[in-house]
Structures are given as structure tokens and as C-alpha cells.
Design a protein around this ligand. Structure first.
Ligand code: BGC
Length: 489
């Protein structure tokens, strides 16, 4: 998702060489009860988009004619109708075997809102509820705790047509949907996430969909103007998060609820002027703090608003900030891939920054690989947000063809394997520096539909032949499996 998108964020981190990069594979000690997992998202894996009364979401619109977004981006004329076929229960049962054999104790999945509420609100689709009960129960039966994301880029089309997040009603739509999920699944699911990557939803997807509706290719990254004009939808989403957290706690279901961010570490590709450094700071704030501060500090970043000088308070009504402040989010979720590189170009791009050069060869799809920056970034989150509990809800890599050759049933994805190993070491290092990290989930358990990039980008530790739906664990799967065996000794 991110490389298609271009810019990303956070913390004033100096990138220094880290022990994480060199550590030997001797046993690392992680806290007791640490969650080891792998992750997925409904639209990327389920398929069955028209099965058993599911309603369409915005992808069903934009990946199909007349928009054909994946075709526009990659030439592949594809959509999520098949995904990796997990709506098929026989397929899911086979997949659970691989999940179990991997040795993880948790699996992250998301619920498709329009599978259980085809119109987004109102009438419940019992077949959808049955499907998620099946998935949740089978995971639990196999000793695997489900971590459930309520919203992973998944707006029901009926609601998108009413303005989606731009409509203040979205706060209620979402809270009602979350309420239904808590009632139906909250007895067994003990870890929930409200949103996956709100900044991608807002700055990338909404920009993209707006532009496509006007039949134009969007200019990404989002501009300052875009943030100002669309601040209302950011605020609605933040309010929906707060209301949902309060609702969850009121229900006393005995679990935890968090939100997950794409942790946008960013840096400049060349030594730059003071103005460039100021811009970098603003870009980091826009990608990260704009979404993290309301949840973990109860306010929006003033410095950014001052700079935007816009309708920033657009839809903040009396009482909203009190609701936002009152919600006690149990943990901060982090998705991290790589550092986003920028180049200074005064007057252009995002606060005067445009895409920069990634020094890696070969390049990973989602940014400059830098586990040391990850450690520094995690420590900065600890310091900025009063040492919250953190779960790494996604970390993984895709390098393309050279790392994905299926030969005699085997895929020697050496680059991904090294990447995962280095980042697990980085997580360990951050824990030693006092960051309260409670879990780590690889993205992804299986190759799947990479949104507008279609099936052209593989991130899985399990290879999927998209024609036959055969699965082949890659070298990274076997490495993770043996690492977990060591952990359990
Ligand atoms: C998203 C996933 C995506 C992954 C790889 C994350 O931004 O949450 O849905 O597939 O990155 O690009």
C-alpha cells in the first residue's frame, strides 16, 4: 500500500546503526505471554464478495468497471472477488492447519463490515455472522487467539455513497457496527482494533477515490490543502474511535481495545536546509501525530494547525474533545515497514517535500529498510505518549520477483527472511530500552490482494498460487517457525 503512496512519517529520529542489525540468532528473551502472530485483512483474503448476502464496499466499486483501479495502477484487471478464497470454509480449514503448524499463538483478521451489515446499518446478515463465528471458533479451538480489526479499509458502499467519513453520521454508523461486533464476538475475542491505519484511509484512499470520481489520477501525497479541507473526516474517524472505546469498556467484556497506525518514519535523502528540516517535522506530524495525539493525548497537534491556517476546527463541536479525552485506549498498534524518503523542493509537494531516493538495492516495496530507525521510533513513542502498551500489528516485506521464485514447491525468500529476523531483533532491542511491546504480527500469513496493486505484490510468508489457490510455505515461514520453537523451549 505504502509505496504506491509515497510519503511517510514520524519522530525526530536520527538514523544510527543499531545492534539490531548484527545480532546473532542466539535465543532472545521476550516477555511472558508475548503475542506472536501473523496478520490479514478481510478484503485482501476472503473473496466471496457476492456470496450469502454480503453487501459491496468501496473496493467493490473502485476495482470494477468503470474505475478498474488495479488495472490503472498495474495493468492487471483484477478485483477482490476471489482474493485467496478464504470465505470458502474448506479453504480456511486448510489455512488454519498452516497457521497452527507455524506455531503462532495469535492471528489478526478483520471483519468485513458489509458482510455482516450489507447496507452498513440496519439489517443484519446472519450468514456473515456465522462465517466470523466459524473463523473465530476454529482459531480458538487450535489455541490461536483472534485479534480482530473492526475496520481495515472497508467502508460499505451504501455509506460511502452517503459521504463516508465526511458525513458526521459516520460516527454513529461505526459505533453501531462495533456494538454489533462486540455483542456477537466479544465473548471470545479479547483483543480488538478499531481502525487500521487511519492516515492511509484519509490521505491515500480518500484522495484516490475523490480523484477517481473526477476521472483524474490523484496527486499523492496529499497536500496541506487537502488536510485542511478534509480535516472533518479525520475528526469523525477519531470521534468514532473514542466513542467505540468507551462503549467497549462499558460492556465489561474483559478484553483490550486499541487502534493501529502505519508508523511513518521519514527522512530526507540529502543534507538539507533548516527549512527542509522544518518541513520534515511537519510531514511527520501530519502522518503520525495528527492521528496519534488525539487518541493518546486528547488533542490535535497545534503546531500543525497553526501552520495550516485553515478550517482546521471544521467539525469539532462542543463536547467532542471531552469525548476524545475520556476514551482510554488500551494499546497502541504499530504497522511498520520502512522509512519513507523525501527530497526538498520548496513550494512543491507536502510542505515543500517530494519523494526522495531510497538507497536500497533491491528496493523493498514499502520504503527504505531500516530496523535501527524502528528502534529509535519505538522509543520515541514511549517518550511522547507516556509509555503505552504497544503491539506490532504488522511488519513484513515484499521485494518482487527475485525473492518469490516458486521452484519445486519451494520459495527461497531470503530477503524477506532476513528482514523479519532483523525486525524481530529490533523489537527485542526496543523492549530492552523499556518500550512495553506486547506482541508482534508478521504481514502477512499468505500472499494476498495488495489493494490497487492487485496480485502483483507479494508480502506473504506463505506463497499462494493465485490460479490454483495452492499454498506453499516460504523460507520465511520456516524461519519464523523455528524461531518460535526456540521461544517455546
Ligand atoms: C496495510 C495492509 C497492506 C500492507 C502491505 C499495510 O499498509 O495495512 O493492508 O497490505 O501494508 O502494503
Amino acid at each position: 500500500m505504502k509505496s504506491a503512496l509515497i510519503a511517510l512519517v514520524l519522530c525526530a529520529c536520527l538514523i544510527q546503526p543499531s545492534k539490531a542489525q548484527n545480532k546473532e540468532s542466539k535465543k532472545l528473551h521476550f516477555p511472558k505471554g508475548f503475542l506472536w502472530g501473523a496478520a490479514s485483512a478481510a478484503y485482501q483474503v476472503e473473496g466471496g464478495t457476492k456470496a450469502d448476502g454480503r453487501g459491496p464496499n468501496y473496493w467493490d466499486k473502485y476495482l470494477n468497471p468503470p474505475y478498474n483501479l488495479a488495472k490503472m495502477a498495474t495493468g492487471q484487471d483484477v478485483n477482490g472477488d476471489i482474493g485467496i478464497n478464504q470465505y470458502d470454509r474448506t479453504q480456511f480449514l486448510k489455512d488454519v492447519k498452516l497457521i497452527k503448524e507455524l506455531g503462532i499463538n495469535s492471528y489478526r483478521l478483520s471483519i468485513s463490515w458489509s458482510r455482516i451489515l450489507p447496507e452498513g446499518t440496519g439489517k443484519i446478515n446472519e450468514a456473515g455472522i456465522d462465517y466470523y463465528n466459524f473463523v473465530i471458533n476454529i482459531l480458538i479451538k487450535n489455541g490461536i487467539k483472534p485479534l480482530v480489526t473492526l475496520y481495515h479499509f472497508d467502508m460499505p458502499l451504501a455509506l460511502e455513497d452517503k459521504g463516508g467519513w465526511m458525513n458526521r453520521e459516520s460516527v454513529k454508523w461505526f459505533t453501531d457496527y462495533a456494538n454489533l461486533c462486540f455483542d456477537k464476538f466479544g465473548d471470545r475475542v479479547k483483543i480488538f482494533l478499531t481502525f487500521n491505519e487511519p492516515s492511509i484511509e484519509m490521505f491515500f484512499l480518500q484522495t484516490l477515490f475523490d480523484a477517481i470520481n473526477n476521472r483524474q489520477m490523484p496527486s499523492i501525497p496529499a497536500s496541506e490543502k487537502y488536510i485542511s479541507e478534509h480535516f472533518a473526516h479525520i475528526h469523525h474517524l477519531m470521534l468514532a474511535h473514542a466513542e467505540t472505546v468507551n462503549l467497549y469498556h462499558k460492556k465489561n467484556l474483559g478484553g483490550k481495545i486499541g487502534i493501529t497506525y502505519n508508523f511513518m518514519l521519514c527522512d530526507l535523502d540529502t543534507i538539507t536546509s533548516e527549512a527542509g528540516k522544518t518541513s520534515l517535522n511537519l510531514v511527520r506530524k501530519a502522518w503520525n501525530n495528527l492521528f496519534m495525539d488525539p487518541v493518546f493525548k486528547g488533542s490535535y497537534p497545534q503546531e500543525l494547525f497553526d501552520r495550516l491556517k485553515a478550517s482546521q476546527y471544521g467539525d469539532i463541536k462542543a463536547g467532542d474533545m471531552e469525548i476524545i479525552k475520556s476514551a482510554k485506549t488500551d494499546f497502541l498498534g504499530i504497522n511498520y515497514y520502512g522509512v519513507n524518503m523525501y527530497h526538498e523542493k520548496p513550494g512543491a509537494g507536502f510542505f515543500g517535500l517530494v519523494n526522495g531516493k531510497n538507497p536500497d538495492k533491491p528496493e523493498m516495496f514499502n520504503g527504505f529498510v531500516n530496523p535501527a530507525a524502528f528502534v529509535v521510533g519505538l522509543v520515541s513513542l514511549k517518550n511522547q505518549y507516556n509509555n503505552p502498551e504497544i503491539i506490532i500489528t504488522e511488519n513484513g516485506a515484499g521485494y518482487g520477483e527475485t525473492d518469490e521464485k516458486l521452484e519445486n514447491g519451494k520459495v527461497n525468500d531470503a530477503l524477506r527472511t532476513a528482514y523479519i529476523q532483523k525486525h524481530i531483533n529490533a523489537v527485542h532491542e526496543a523492549i530492552q530500552k523499556g518500550v512495553k511491546i506486547k506482541g508482534y504480527y508478521v504481514w502477512s500469513m499468505f500472499d494476498n490482494l495488495e489493494w490497487i496493486m492487485g496480485y502483483s505484490r507479494r508480502f506473504g510468508i506463505t506463497y499462494v498460487d493465485f490460479k490454483t489457490q495452492e499454498r506453499y510455505p516460504k523460507q520465511s515461514y520456516y524461519w519464523y517457525q523455528s524461531f518460535l520453537r526456540e521461544q517455546n523451549k
